[in-house]
Design a binder for this molecule. Structure first.
Ligand SMILES: Cc1cc2nc3c(=O)[nH]c(=O)nc-3n(C[C@H](O)[C@H](O)[C@H](O)COP(=O)(O)OP(=O)(O)OC[C@H]3O[C@@H](n4cnc5c(N)ncnc54)[C@H](O)[C@@H]3O)c2cc1C
Ligand SMILES: O=C(O)[C@@H]1CCCCN1
Length: 422
């Protein structure tokens, strides 16, 4: 079906197409070709930058870093003073895993782990701690089986726990009757704040420029794109928009709106009754519950780390919010769900959250990412809709957006391109 196309389905999203339309169209590739031929003929010399990246969250920061590695004169613009806690990339931890319910994410993570390790080596900083990820869900459910079979098919190191040996390995969690449990051994915790600081620092070391506290107020498309901010006007041959929950506000300047929904997630921390009992040292893993009697979406957790004695456990659904007025969104139904789940399945925790912070997801209708050139202006590239699971992919998203903005076809492994030909 995708004979001439090396872009897999998750990147062909966001323009209101049905899945079937997306799977049969080759517009992304055509646009990529158009950008590159356009550049050869019409490149102007008046641009101050090769590329301006708007938004210094995880995706914009990795994109800027990749561009600088490709010797592109790059400006990274951020509306708030860095570091900040107003978008989606703040906080000290994120889960990294190969366990997914669709193969292409697992394939992307194969390369992405390598890129995270490269950054660690290059900067001399530790960004990842392996803990494993325990996936639990009704043994006979579609969702749980998809996770399990993706791990098996892709030969990801894994351990299957049985109801009999589960409590020997993970005594802190009560496994529901009828639930299966598998551990993705490769998974763990990314030190998120540290990762962001590191990649921004490496970008600057390569000569990249970051201007924070500069909100982009206008984008004027053209062969050279003009970007106005609260402090100045800049020109570049291409622009990458990685504005997280604000993506549609920026895209409005270009006449485009994507089907994105911004939701507020209550980031809840739960106190251990016995300090230290759910730490990495006790081999307590990250975990993900695909479904359970309390919840129709995932519940997920990480071992105590950033706040001693407190575990981060969240629900994967939140209430719709305005990114500039998150305080107006006070829905706590997710916290009720978590309280009931914790009281039943994690008896070693106080079922009352000790700390509640907030963070935003930018959801697409199918939770897949939008990585594409603008349909009208091919030198404007969009990375949006990371749907609450994009942090771990930061290095590979940066690589793909960099390639798109340089007019290259997305560099996917042979494995992933063959998947698109099914
Ligand atoms: C509670 C929670 C838990 C999560 N857990 C995981 C996990 O375990 N694993 C995982 O892989 N992912 C996880 N994620 C998802 C991941 O964190 C996000 O997908 C990712 O951070 C999105 O990054 P981003 O760069 O797209 O957005 P953001 O981080 O929001 O960055 C966008 C940036 O653009 C800036 N900006 C916007 N408008 C303008 C403008 N006009 N001018 C200048 N700058 C502008 C913003 O200020 C912001 O800094 C989680 C997310 C949340 C909220
Ligand atoms: O991306 C992740 O790994 C987590 C777990 C599940 C939902 C939220 N994000």
């Amino acid at each position: 079906m995708f004979q001439s196309c090396s872009v897999p389905p998750p990147f062909r999203n966001g323009r209101g197409q049905s899945k079937q339309e997306r799977e049969t169209c080759s517009c992304v590739c055509e646009r990529v070709v158009r950008v590159s031929s356009y550049r050869k003929t019409k490149m102007s010399t008046t641009a101050e930058y090769d590329c301006i990246v708007i938004g210094a969250g995880v995706q914009g920061s990795f994109t800027a870093y990749q561009l600088a590695q490709h010797n592109q004169r790059t400006l990274l613009l951020e509306q708030f003073v860095l570091p900040h806690t107003r978008g989606s990339s703040h906080g000290q931890t994120r889960i990294i895993r190969k366990a997914y319910d669709q193969d292409f994410y697992t394939h992307m993570m194969e390369e992405c782990y390598e890129l995270w390790a490269q950054l660690e080596r290059e900067a001399g900083v530790k960004l990842y701690r392996q803990t494993g990820l325990l996936v639990m869900g009704p043994e006979n459910s579609v969702s749980y089986q998809q996770y399990k079979s993706t791990l098996q098919k892709n030969k990801v190191p894994m351990v299957t726990l049985t109801p009999d040996n589960f409590s020997q390995h993970i005594p802190q969690i009560h496994l529901n009757e009828g639930d299966g449990a598998v551990v993705d051994v490769t998974a763990g915790v990314l030190f998120a704040d540290r990762a962001l600081k590191t990649v921004q620092g490496q970008f600057q070391k390569l000569g990249g420029i970051i201007r924070d506290k500069e909100k982009v107020t206008d984008i004027e498309p053209g062969p050279i794109v003009t970007v106005s901010t609260t402090a100045g006007v800049y020109r570049a041959k291409s622009v990458v928009i990685t504005a997280g929950p604000w993506a549609n506000r920026l895209l409005a300047h270009t006449g485009l709106q994507l089907p994105l929904e911004v939701v507020k997630i209550n980031v809840c921390y739960w106190k251990e009754k016995v300090p230290g009992s759910h730490g990495v040292e006790q081999r307590f893993p990250c975990f993900l519950v695909t479904e359970c009697e309390e919840a129709r979406a995932h519940i997920y957790g990480l071992p105590s780390n950033e706040y001693p004695g407190l575990l981060k456990i969240c629900y994967h659904i939140g209430g719709r919010t305005d990114p500039d007025q998150t305080n107006k969104q006070r829905d706590r139904s997710d916290i009720d769900i978590l309280q009931r789940y914790i009281a039943r399945c994690l008896p070693g925790l106080d079922p009352e959250p000790a700390v509640v912070e907030s963070c935003m997801y930018t959801m697409t209708p199918d939770s897949d990412f939008v990585l594409d050139c603008h349909p009208t202006y091919s030198n404007i590239v969009i990375g949006a809709g990371f749907s609450g699971h994009g942090f771990k992919f930061g290095p590979i998203i940066g690589k793909l957006l960099c390639e798109l903005s340089m007019g290259k076809e997305m560099g996917l492994s042979a494995d992933m391109s063959s998947e698109t030909k099914k």
